[in-house]
Design a protein around this ligand. Sequence first.
Ligand code: BT5
Length: 248
Amino acid sequence: PAIEFGLEAPFSIEYHDSLGSTNDRARELATDGETDVAVVADEQTGGRGRLEREWSAPAGGVWVSLVTRPTITPAEAPLYTLAASVATATVAREAGVDARIKWPNDVVVPVGDDGAYRKLAGILTEMEGQTDRVDWLVAGIGVNANLDSDGLPEGATSVRDEADDVDRRRFVQRLLEEFDRYRTDLDSVVPAWRELALTIGQRVRVDRPAGEIVGEAVDVTESGALVVETDDGRVTVSAGDCEHLRPV
Ligand code: BT5
């Protein structure tokens, strides 16, 4: 295998040299009743982003999906996305990358001071459940690790290009430890997220199904929604309603 696992980690590891999408395999395990499994692949041939977008995932990245069965309501699920972003940014920073978080689900590296950035990693959270409780939740994390950003979509960067190649076994282990720390202490997620946020204080445009809004991003709520101060007052946007967010 391209990555040798054998970790003392809070998740058991299911490793594949190649998979369509680690999220799809994780969903299968979740519907079979499994929990606390991390599905890892060296390469994905059908990686998925949000809203049916494609995720480019050649061999050399960190492509991992965490199967969890949290005792939370669906309204609290966005905290898991923020927790995955915080964990990813933290571990990327340990690798020497100036990683920051762009709400809701992107880990980025700032370029200059005008709000521009390159995308290092993305998070795709999927879940199933009833209105009052989540049955399972899969947190998919994709990090451009040991890759040249030349071969990735426009606007991407990688750990290799920003710093140096990493030991992916160790990188995954740290990701699992950090994610586990935040999921067991959900109150600490938003404060940690704020520390790493690139979005807060920026003037942004958010595209939503209900129409676009423009204003200053001033905070995130305790459930992880973004608060935007517009000319017509404060608007709260949930991650699920955000199609695009860009600095303006
Ligand atoms: C995301 O979507 O950022 C979530 C990506 C989640 C990927 C992980 S990998 C493990 C797990 N298994 C999966 O199948 N998925 C998860 P979104 O915000 O929709 O961003 C997608 C957009 O980012 C695309 O439309 C491209 O423009 C761009 N993109 C695609 N691949 C990229 C890459 N490797 N690096 C940077 N940008 C990329």
